[in-house]
Design a binder for this molecule. Structure first.
Ligand code: FBP
Length: 552
């Protein structure tokens, strides 16, 4: 295999660990902090997690040196969408495992959680791991979206672990995967299997966070990658002065990516789904607000601009949310009948007939392509796959017809020439920024410390990330403290609560204060490409979201 010069240079990068993790591994111990409680419905959650609920917060600290014990075997699995830095979590874990005892083993489960169920494994060695240090992607062992959620699966997991003599599993995943990791940890503890489970917070979406978990890994690199591209488009728009660019940005539900990219690039418009939901804005109102900015800029002779659209928008617009919920339910309840409908026309007719009056009206008013996308295959949770809905094109279509009306009425004299883009997959496997390389390596290394100290049901945690790594600390957050009860597939389930954009938080308030100025002026900000080598103020700065949240 041949490697690019940058990749070769990155292989030699030594990720920075928090001071506490830099010394002898045998000296590390954990200090218990306050006992924890769930975010809401604590009583129900404590009944569902009798063995692991209420565990204390944990801080990794230096203690007295212990004798090296016998070798251990640990399993690791990557779960869900790719996020930059996943390989470094594995590298950090691997280095700690080997440092602890050279005969200890790290066994990767291939292709995500299904690798555990199907007993597909790969023992990781120096030769393998060294080819993936500081690289993007999850290809070292692959990932998948199979959910581990029932007892039959948990028993298979235990059997497969016993087969390989694995005493701990590290699950690297988002909110759903970490929820499942917590359920598995509880089951293993109740059944006294002796197998522990530790989670690692992953997702470019940035929605797996709380007071203790400051950021999920991958968010830093992904938002910097998109911001570079947005900045480049802004400069192109400002040079040619002829296009309005509508850019949809990934993020299944929350708008953290869109907000962070707005803070990094100062676009004319950035829609924040959480605000739209709070204001109960309709699709027409959103389009009106976009058109009004297009008209104002046009009056100043600026027939160009940048609109950022969060991927999850459609599900936050109240009338669309109701429509999508109704379609999800219809498709789930009539799955066999729906399969017999061969053409889109037949499907649309059947859906329209079965929707409520209001939703049928909303559905019929949508362009054909959007109707088709709303009826496409569901994800494993039975939800519509928002990344496949072309919201940016929907907004362009609606804005274009609104502007055509204004033109006919003589109220718009400019030109509206739109372009559309979707940035998602472009950022998920980028070379991890120094931040993600350091953060992920530390998360993986620290996950081993939690395992070595016999903990289970915890998420590896690195804190003080707004500051340089010299100030980072390490510890563990009990997964149950991040939970509340939510409806899943018609039943109330304990799940880790997704962190949406906080409309009273510093990142949103900073954006809100600036957005009117950014709307009219071409006040663009060009972050440029991620830099890996050079001064710390260029290479090691965290996201605006992390910096602003740390000042609260
Ligand atoms: P995770 O929550 O698993 O990290 O995945 C996030 C994400 O990248 C979303 O932003 C996006 O909507 C989704 O995955 C796309 O999924 P897929 O890779 O299956 O197309």
């Amino acid at each position: 295999m041949d490697y690019s010069p940058l990749q070769k240079a990155r292989f030699t990068y030594k990720p920075k660990l928090p001071p506490v993790l830099q010394g002898s591994l045998l000296k590390l111990t954990v200090k218990e902090g306050q006992k924890t409680a769930a975010q809401a419905q604590g009583e129900q959650i404590s009944t569902l997690f009798p063995a692991t609920y209420g565990a204390p917060l944990i801080e990794t600290v230096e203690g007295t040196s212990e004798k090296p014990s016998s070798p251990i075997s640990i399993g690791v699995v990557l779960s869900g969408g790719q996020a930059p830095g996943g390989h470094n979590v594995i590298c950090g874990l691997f280095d700690a495992v080997k440092k602890f005892h050279s005969e200890s083993k790290l066994i990767g489960f291939l292709g995500g959680p299904s690798g555990i169920l199907e007993n597909k494994t790969l023992e990781l060695t120096d030769t393998i791991v060294d080819r993936y240090r500081n690289t993007g992607g999850f290809d070292i062992i692959g990932s998948g979206r199979t959910k581990l959620e029932n007892e039959e699966q948990f028993d298979i997991c235990a059997d497969v672990c016993r087969l390989h003599d694995i005493s701990s599993i590290v699950i690297i995943g988002g909110d759903d995967s970490n929820t499942n990791a917590a359920v598995l940890a509880e089951y293993f503890k109740q059944k006294e299997t002796g197998i522990s489970v530790i989670g690692v917070p992953k997702t470019i979406d940035g929605d797996l966070k709380n007071k203790y978990i400051e950021v999920s890994f991958g968010f830093d690199t992904a938002t910097k990658t998109y911001s570079e591209l947005i900045g480049n488009i802004e400069r192109d728009a400002n040079s040619a002065k002829k296009y309005w660019h509508f850019i949809k940005l990934m993020g299944r539900s929350a708008s953290h990516i869109c907000l962070e990219c707005a803070l990094q690039t100062h676009p004319n418009i950035a829609l924040i789904s959480e605000e739209i939901e709070e204001k109960k804005q309709t699709l027409n109102e959103i389009v009106d607000s976009i058109v009004s900015i297009i008209m104002k800029r046009s009056e100043l002779g600026e027939n160009f601009g940048i609109v950022l659209v969060p991927e999850g928008l459609i599900e936050f617009i109240p009338e669309m949310k109701i429509l999508i919920d109704e379609i999800n339910t219809l498709l789930a309840e009539h799955v066999d009948h729906f399969k017999t409908l061969n053409t889109f026309e037949e499907q649309a007719r059947w859906i329209n007939k079965n929707l409520s009056k209001d939703s049928s009206y909303v559905f019929s008013s949508l362009p054909d392509n959007i109707q088709r996308q709303l009826l496409m295959d569901r994800d494993p949770h039975g939800n519509v796959q928002v990344s496949r809905i072309e919201t940016e094109k929907l907004l362009i279509e609606m804005a274009s017809s609104r502007i055509a009306e204004k033109k006919n009425e003589g109220r718009f004299k400019g030109v509206f020439s739109p372009q559309h883009h979707f940035f998602g997959y472009e950022g998920r496997c980028a070379f991890p920024s120094n931040f993600d390389a350091d953060y992920c390596y530390s998360l993986g290394y620290n996950a081993f410390v939690l395992i070595a100290k016999g903990l289970t049901g915890y998420i590896s945690t690195i804190r003080n990330t707004a500051q340089s790594t010299d100030h980072w600390t390490a510890g563990g957050t009990p997964a149950t403290m991040m939970m509340n009860m939510e409806k899943r597939k018609g039943k109330m389930k304990p799940v880790i609560r997704k962190a949406l954009v906080d409309l009273n938080g510093k990142p949103f308030l900073t954006f809100k204060e600036k957005r009117e100025q950014w709307a009219i002026k071409s006040d663009y900000f060009y972050p440029g490409a991620i830099q890996y080598f050079g001064p710390a103020e260029v290479c090691d700065v965290p996201t605006q979201t992390v910096l602003l949240e740390s000042t609260v």
